[in-house]
Ligand binder design. Structure first.
Ligand SMILES: Cc1cc2nc3c(=O)[nH]c(=O)nc-3n(C[C@H](O)[C@H](O)[C@H](O)COP(=O)(O)OP(=O)(O)OC[C@H]3O[C@@H](n4cnc5c(N)ncnc54)[C@H](O)[C@@H]3O)c2cc1C
Ligand code: FES
Length: 355
């Protein structure tokens, strides 16, 4: 995975636990760093001598030719704490080109009605999506349902207000607060099935909506997705981005103890081939390949971001968790190498086959 050294042009630490980082993508890199609304960047840096990689969604719009991310401080989090406490304007971060599938193409002809559900830092890709669609699609509408603890922790609040003023008759924003009381009961506390019932009865009609975007904590995402599917909304209209997982909803299988069998693994990437032997069913292909000095793409190592996706060309693997690959990708032989333990005598995976 190729990372480019990119300077931090501006840091905005205006809310208590959120930093907006504007990256100085120089004109020579503009073509490579073109992005779609809703995509993310993989960032890399060294913190206390350790290499740390994380993904951050772009909250700017591709229409503005800007590259901005919003980082929410996570308690005891390595990268987000570094961004909040240490990163300075002019510092350099290693950044890979934009990636991700949390978007739909803009339309030139249709009038579409979109809905988004966001919580906390989940607003970052949604802001980019709203801005881009409403700018490019003259008649489309957006309704945003956004959950935060309190007014003071609403991330990107000013940007949202500016959008609201710009698209007054096409954008509606409904704030839900979990630690502050509001007059209308619906807007107190987290989203729930009961609240979704009310939303789709009183605020918008399900039948009139074209696409649903969801970004926030895992339980919220899956609750909304399941609700929509149960109401007959088809999968291709529902788009979600997971920032991480609680590790609770899919129980990670415990890799079996080494039983003496070894897998001969070949990894193809960037026209190169790396070969190594590893015990079957113990460590992920990605981890073993990295130990063998392979330079492979990865970010979350949690089965979420899909950066480590590759095609299984030969052999069998046991994929521990998968939050990112679609059913058709799995049918076509794609795996998340950070989650896949080799379980046959020979395994070949190809990172160049992106599908
Ligand atoms: C596609 C994608 C897009 C994303 N976009 C954004 C975005 O726009 N904005 C944003 O803020 N975030 C975003 N994220 C999340 C982001 O990548 C990071 O996961 C997040 O910032 C936390 O990273 P960290 O290094 O600060 O925390 P980490 O160091 O990874 O820690 C995360 C949490 O785990 C706990 N923890 C860590 N190690 C242990 C341990 N050994 N035992 C127990 N607990 C532990 C920490 O206490 C902390 O609470 C995105 C993620 C993905 C996959
Ligand atoms: S590195 Fe994110 S899914 Fe494997």
């Amino acid at each position: 995975m190729q990372f480019y050294p990119i300077k931090v042009r501006q840091l905005d630490r205006s809310t208590q636990d959120c930093t907006i980082v504007t990256l100085d993508v120089t004109p020579e890199l503009h073509d490579q760093f073109q992005y779609k609304q809703g995509q993310y960047l993989n960032l890399k840096t060294h913190i206390n001598g350790e290499e740390v990689r994380r993904s951050y969604s772009l909250c700017s719009s591709p229409l503005d030719s800007e590259w901005k991310i919003g980082v929410k401080k996570v308690h005891d989090g390595k990268f987000s704490t570094y961004v909040h406490d240490e990163l300075q304007e002019g510092d350099e971060l290693e950044v890979a080109v934009p990636d991700g599938r949390f978007f739909v193409e803009c339309t030139d002809t249709e009038q579409r009605n979109y809905v988004a559900f966001a919580a906390g830092s989940g607003i970052t890709p949604i802001l980019s999506i709203i801005k881009t669609h409403l700018t490019k699609e003259a008649n489309s509408t957006f309704k945003l349902f956004y959950v935060n603890q309190s007014v003071s922790t609403i991330m990107l609040k000013e940007e949202l207000e500016a959008l609201k003023n710009r698209f007054m008759d096409r954008l509606e924003i409904y704030h839900f607060l979990t630690q502050e009381q509001r007059d209308v009961e619906l807007f107190n506390g987290r989203l729930s099935e009961k609240k979704l019932e009310i939303i789709f009865k009183t605020i918008c009609e399900l039948d009139s909506l074209d696409h649903f975007f969801i970004c926030g904590p895992e339980p919220m995402i899956f609750m909304i997705r399941d609700f929509l599917e149960a109401k007959g909304v088809v999968k291709k209209q529902i788009h979600f981005e997971l920032f991480g997982t609680s590790g609770k909803s899919v129980k990670k299988k415990v890799p079996k103890a080494f039983d003496g069998k070894v897998s001969d693994v070949t990894v193809l990437e960037g026209g190169k081939s790396i070969n190594f032997k590893t015990p079957q069913g113990v460590n992920s292909i990605l981890d073993e390949a990295l130990k063998n000095n392979a330079d492979l793409p990865f970010a979350c190592k949690g089965g979420v971001c899909c950066t480590c996706k590759a095609k299984l060309v030969e052999g069998q693997v046991d994929m521990q968790v998968n939050y990112g690959l679609e059913d058709d990708e799995i049918e076509n032989g794609y795996i998340l190498t950070c989650q896949s333990l080799p379980i046959s005598d020979k395994v070949v995976v190809d990172f160049d086959e992106k599908g």
